[in-house]
Design a protein around this ligand. Structure first.
Ligand code: NIG
Ligand code: FE
Length: 388
């Protein structure tokens, strides 16, 4: 069954050589979706016939958002911790252990239901590619369960056994790193493509991060890192050294960190919902973009540091408070996320791309930042299947 999406006022293709500006914008355009792929892109008046038609009525059409950083396998929530932060308490990441306790106690079906609910919530806001991390189990069985459940639903799965050291290993962090790098990794690697470590003081230092990354790479996983979220540290330099697909957070960067990212294939994934929800200073997107670093925007959806599933919200914050232009922010949330996941089939709308399409209830991508907090999803397809 092929679908013609026609009367597109503004089509964001993200295709080099197609359309105008950094988003490759075509006007008065049409798209044909067929067999889960984009089969044709061009001027509406030249569009071929298809089995069915969707009239975009002059609205903007974008590639579905690529949310390249989320923690969706968990039980319970931490609204009280958020309220405490908003009355002046700092974010410490110590709350992760609260979620670990609740997650271990949950059934598979409870975790699956929570994961499905969040992925559906994301889809309603235009997200069609979701990365999902483990990290709230922190035993061999609980981490294996997290990546297994994530692999049922998410597009990309990341093993984050090195999220924090669980309480039972408080006196033996090296013992925990050994467990993560051996039995836990062996149980999780079949379900995951990525290995991640929360490289931060209070979580995993440089040496322990290296141990986990080395083991992950030996098991065939590709590195990505939580880096430089709460302070300066070795995370970004390590991400670049290991050829990680992405260094995530990047809130506290030295000039050397920025230069290292600029000279690498490692994407800087910015997660402004975290700074919003922890009342921290935002990462300096302008400094990264001006240095030539590829930037992605993602939600980091998790019950602690940032419980938003909304890429449009992150785009609005990035534009308003991180000095990104609307076009830069939209590109970061689509093509940038795809780069951070080393995917060439999503984050763009050219022939052959996965048919992941977001029709905005607005004439232009600018409205994502211009109308913050307003639901603007008119229709969504993922792999050619209409979700909304
Ligand atoms: O990306 N930084 C570490 N992990 C998450 C927070 C998880 C939590 O607070 O539960 C993050 O912000
Ligand atoms: Fe995270």
């Amino acid at each position: 069954m092929s679908t013609l999406v026609t009367h597109i006022g503004e089509l964001v293709t993200n295709e080099p050589g197609l359309g105008d500006g950094p988003l490759g914008v075509l006007r008065d355009a049409a798209l044909v979706l067929d067999g889960g792929r984009v089969a044709w892109v061009g001027e509406a008046r030249r569009a071929p016939e298809a089995d069915e038609a969707f009239d975009a009525a002059g609205r903007a059409v974008l590639p579905g958002f690529v949310d390249s950083h989320a923690h969706l396998v968990f039980a319970g929530e931490r609204a009280e911790e958020f309220a405490a932060r908003m009355s002046g308490r700092p974010y410490t990441a110590g709350g992760i252990r609260t979620t670990v306790t609740k997650t271990r106690a949950a059934t598979d079906d409870e975790l699956r239901a929570g994961l499905r609910r969040l992925v559906a919530e994301m889809a309603r806001q235009g997200t069609t590619t979701v990365e999902c991390k483990s990290g709230y189990g922190l035993t061999v069985a609980d981490e294996e369960r997290a990546v297994r459940l994530a692999s049922e639903i998410a597009d990309e799965v990341t093993f984050l056994g090195a999220h924090v050291v669980p309480p039972e290993f408080a006196d033996d962090p090296d013992g925990y790193v050994r467990l993560v790098s051996t039995d836990m990794l062996a149980a999780c690697a079949p379900y995951a493509r990525w290995i991640d470590v929360f490289c931060e003081s209070g979580a995993f230092d440089e040496g322990r991060t290296r141990t986990v990354l080395d083991a992950g790479v030996r098991a065939g996983l590709i590195p990505r890192l939580h880096a430089n979220q709460l302070g300066h540290g070795p995370g970004v330099a390590l991400a670049v050294e290991y050829g990680a697909a992405s260094a995530d957070h990047c809130t506290f960067l030295t000039d050397e960190d920025v230069a290292a990212l600029a000279g690498s294939d490692t994407v800087a994934t910015l997660l402004p919902g975290v700074e919003f929800s922890t009342r921290q200073p935002y990462p300096d997107a302008r400094r990264l973009l001006d240095a030539g670093v590829t930037v992605a925007l993602a939600t980091d959806c998790n019950p602690g540091s940032c419980y938003t599933s909304s890429v449009p919200f992150c785009v609005a914050v990035a534009v308003r408070d991180m000095r990104m232009t609307p076009a830069e922010a939209v590109r970061a949330a689509t093509a940038g996320g795809a780069r951070a996941l080393r995917r060439t089939d999503v984050g763009r709308l050219g022939v052959g791309a996965r048919a992941d399409v977001l029709v905005l209830d607005a004439p232009s991508h600018v409205h994502l930042a211009y109308r913050p907090g307003v639901p603007q999803t008119a229709a969504v397809w993922k792999s050619g299947v209409r979700l909304k």
